[in-house]
Design a protein around this ligand. Structure first.
Ligand SMILES: *[C@@H]1O[C@H](CO)[C@@H](O)[C@H](O)[C@H]1NC(C)=O
Ligand SMILES: *[C@@H]1O[C@H](CO)[C@@H](O)[C@H](O)[C@H]1NC(C)=O
Ligand SMILES: *[C@@H]1O[C@H](CO)[C@@H](O)[C@H](O)[C@H]1NC(C)=O
Ligand SMILES: *[C@@H]1O[C@H](CO)[C@@H](O)[C@H](O)[C@H]1NC(C)=O
Ligand SMILES: *[C@@H]1O[C@H](CO)[C@@H](O)[C@H](O)[C@H]1NC(C)=O
Ligand SMILES: *[C@@H]1O[C@H](CO)[C@@H](O)[C@H](O)[C@H]1NC(C)=O
Ligand SMILES: *[C@@H]1O[C@H](CO)[C@@H](O)[C@H](O)[C@H]1NC(C)=O
Ligand SMILES: *[C@@H]1O[C@H](CO)[C@@H](O)[C@H](O)[C@H]1NC(C)=O
Ligand SMILES: *[C@@H]1O[C@H](CO)[C@@H](O)[C@H](O)[C@H]1NC(C)=O
Ligand SMILES: *[C@@H]1O[C@H](CO)[C@@H](O)[C@H](O)[C@H]1NC(C)=O
Ligand SMILES: [Cu+2]
Length: 597
């Protein structure tokens, strides 16, 4: 909701900066997005929260009113927070928590264009529904790669982009985030892996699969473990907790503490289904596909409609035409869909790719003039999915988005490749218990949320945290982060660095045995791309199904401040998979008094 827009006349001559004001009122209310009522967070009475729409160059002013009975903060995911590190929305780092009945105003510069989202960064509040989309329209002069999609129709593509529809994909539990966490503590097991439904723009239903589908789509990787225990996936499509306990063993596991609803019993609901209206008069439409998922990675595709991926994590790429894409937590894909098929209702398919659960949902792409015949939202029988219920290819010609083929438009990585001045090696493990994840041996201590004063307000050279969770860099240096997935059986970790995008320069199988990227790249050049590396704000580690793996990313320190580096799987973050990077300790800014809370 754009309350009003004020052109700042004083600066008009210099850079015509406009300010955009939004107010987000957070309440803890009953809601039933999938047809089951529970306590959840609404923002201005809505779920997902209101769409924040800005123009590149605007200043966003977002006032959060906390009407909930607990502390909160709001983080704008992927936003650089250039020169406003105090507006990053991380409790204990950039600000004090916003207490009940309190407000906090975030001011930041929309210096980049693209698709982003905001979400709570206090404990598990993302799981309680606290999120909404952000779109920043590019400035007029920004070069776009659209001629590579339709040389004769760039104007239609630009018009479609200007009206891009957010498609927020999330997973949903019938337990609140604090109940889920209590259950993990009681059961000594990562019970959060088993969800109740998937939602598209906050709509969905509990859909209990027939046993034959559960059997048909059970991952071959699970079969030996299931045979060994003489078990099968549960009625919710979940890995049996006994098998999860074998995969991630822990001394404190107590399966009897799990209620039947956690893994086993599936109770269907009617729920509701999201219908995206395709404007029939138009040749193209644009979707900003956003994952605000708590736990899972999902395959996404639209029946009979290829997706032209033109931007990833808010940044243009050389367009790639695909039938399906894999969406990890926090990722954004902006896609064009050509509206050239017979007017009808087509399925938008979302299917879990996680080993831990078989679950899917369907939304609808409805050509507008089909409202009469298919106004009930049901999908045309001839609408054939490209992916199956487990997110696999339905036919042999299905093309999935391949990150290795993703090239920034225009190129972003400097040539010759910059040298890293610092290298940080992280060893990703569980720490003590199977649900206590750690980025480097020590689980993040969430007491840091209440750091007094917050790290941003301190002398960075005097900052210490329990467990050595803090790293420091200097401004205007290049830094390598190497994530070593040290133990077998870890899922992909969608890591997220606050404040920057970074270049995904290498990945491989086995232990990372070198002391730097330069050494590793000399030894195994095939594992590196130092010319056109993907440029993203999320970095997914390769799963360590059969052995250790690693991922190397490089970023340029340009914005001093205390920034989190963490796994965007909410239960991994809750468990402790997070560290703090004090970027640019040599150029640490002073926080203007009016932005302190
Ligand atoms: C917040 O304000 C409302 C209305 O003034 C009051 O009823 C409530 O007790 C307050 N809550 C807290 C936690 O202070
Ligand atoms: C495995 O389960 C089946 C069906 O529940 C049962 O008939 C069989 O005896 C079980 N086998 C073992 C080894 O427990
Ligand atoms: C396991 O959980 C059950 C049910 O909550 C509880 O009664 C039992 O004491 C727990 N066992 C241990 C060893 O904690
Ligand atoms: C929805 O409408 C279509 C077309 O009229 C019809 O074939 C279908 O049976 C309807 N579905 C439901 C659930 O009513
Ligand atoms: C999926 O793709 C693979 C590789 O192209 C192919 O071997 C397989 O047959 C496909 N699956 C189906 C169901 O067509
Ligand atoms: C990770 O832990 C190891 C062993 O304690 C340490 O040598 C290394 O510096 C740590 N890495 C980071 C990035 O903190
Ligand atoms: C809420 O934030 C305040 C200020 O940091 C802190 O003192 C308090 O302990 C927090 N409350 C909870 C329940 O975390
Ligand atoms: C933290 O780092 C300091 C200095 O590098 C070291 O002496 C200390 O043992 C570390 N503590 C932990 C818990 O790793
Ligand atoms: C990786 O390192 C660990 C610990 O040093 C070792 O036990 C393991 O065999 C190594 N794995 C591979 C694939 O080299
Ligand atoms: C940090 O370095 C970047 C890149 O050189 C520069 O643009 C920026 O102004 C610096 N920030 C501060 C606070 O010095
Ligand atoms: Cu993780």
């Amino acid at each position: 909701m754009r309350v009003f827009l004020r052109v700042s006349w004083l600066f008009l001559a210099a850079y015509a900066a406009a300010e955009s004001y939004y107010t987000l009122e957070l309440t803890w209310t009953k809601g039933s997005p999938d047809g089951f009522e529970r306590d959840m967070i609404l923002i201005n009475g809505q779920f997902p929260g209101p769409h924040i729409e800005l123009e590149q160059g605007d200043w966003a002013e977002i006032t959060v009113i906390n009407k909930m009975p607990f502390n909160t903060t709001i983080h704008s995911h992927g936003i650089h927070q250039t020169n406003t590190p105090w507006a990053d929305g991380v409790p204990g780092l950039s600000q004090r928590p916003i207490q009940p009945n309190d407000t906090f105003t975030y001011n930041w510069h929309a210096d980049t264009y693209g698709s982003y989202f905001y979400h709570a960064h206090s404990r598990g509040q993302l799981d309680d529904g606290c999120y909404g989309p952000i779109t920043i329209k590019p400035k007029a002069h920004v070069a776009k790669p659209f001629d590579k999609i339709a040389l004769d129709d760039v104007a239609s593509l630009e018009a479609a982009e200007a009206h891009a529809t957010p498609l927020i994909i999330s997973d949903w539990r019938h337990k609140t985030s604090s109940e889920s966490w209590e259950l993990e503590l009681a059961a000594g097991l990562e019970s959060a892996v088993c969800v109740d439904s998937l939602l598209v723009n906050g709509k969905g239903a509990v859909d209990c699969w027939p046993r034959e589908d559960l059997t048909k789509y059970t991952s071959p990787a699970l079969v030996p473990l299931l045979q060994h225990t003489n078990l099968s996936v549960t009625d919710k499509g979940c890995i049996p907790p006994e098998v999860l306990a074998v995969m991630l063993p822990s001394p404190d596991t107590n399966i009897t503490a799990l209620p039947p609803s956690a893994f086993d019993v599936c109770t269907p609901t009617r729920g509701s289904r999201e219908v995206i209206r395709a404007p029939c008069s138009k040749k193209w439409m644009a979707l900003d596909i956003i994952s605000s998922a708590s736990i899972g990675t999902y395959a996404v595709s639209i029946d009979k409609h290829p997706l032209w991926v033109y931007a990833v994590d808010g940044h243009y790429i050389e367009p790639l035409k695909v039938d399906a894409l894999t969406l990890a937590n926090g990722e954004r894909y902006s896609v064009f869909v050509q509206l050239d098929k017979p007017a009808s209702n087509y399925g938008i398919r979302i299917a879990s790719l996680a080993l831990a659960q078989l679950i899917d949902t369907t939304a609808v792409l409805s050509y507008e003039d089909t409202e009469q015949s298919y106004g009930n939202g049901s999908i045309t029988p001839s609408s054939q999915p490209s992916i199956n219920r487990a997110g696999g290819n339905a036919t042999s010609d299905v093309v999935f988005f391949d990150q290795a083929k993703m090239v920034s438009f225009p190129p972003q990585f400097p040539q010759p490749a910059p040298e890293a001045e610092q290298t940080f090696l992280f060893s990703l493990v569980t720490a003590g218990s199977s649900f206590r994840w750690a980025l480097n041996g020590t689980a993040y201590d969430h007491a840091i949320d209440d750091s007094e004063p917050p790290l941003m307000y301190r002398d960075p050279l005097a900052i210490t945290t329990p467990g050595n969770l803090t790293l420091a860099t200097k401004n205007n240096t290049w830094v390598d982060l190497i994530f070593h997935v040290a133990t077998v059986g870890q899922p992909p970790h969608p890591l997220h660095k606050h404040s920057n995008k970074a270049f995904l320069i290498g990945q491989g199988q086995g232990n990372f045995t070198w002391s730097s990227v330069a050494e590793a790249a000399a030894d195994t050049p095939e594992n590196f791309n130092l010319i056109t590396p993907p440029y993203r704000d999320g970095f997914v580690t390769p799963p360590s199904a059969t052995g250790p793996t690693w991922l190397a990313v490089r970023y340029h320190v340009v914005n001093p401040g205390p920034f989190l580096l963490h796994c965007h799987i909410q239960s991994h973050l809750d468990g402790g998979m997070s560290m703090i990077i004090l970027d640019g300790v040599d150029e640490w800014p002073e926080v203007p008094k009016k932005y302190m809370n």
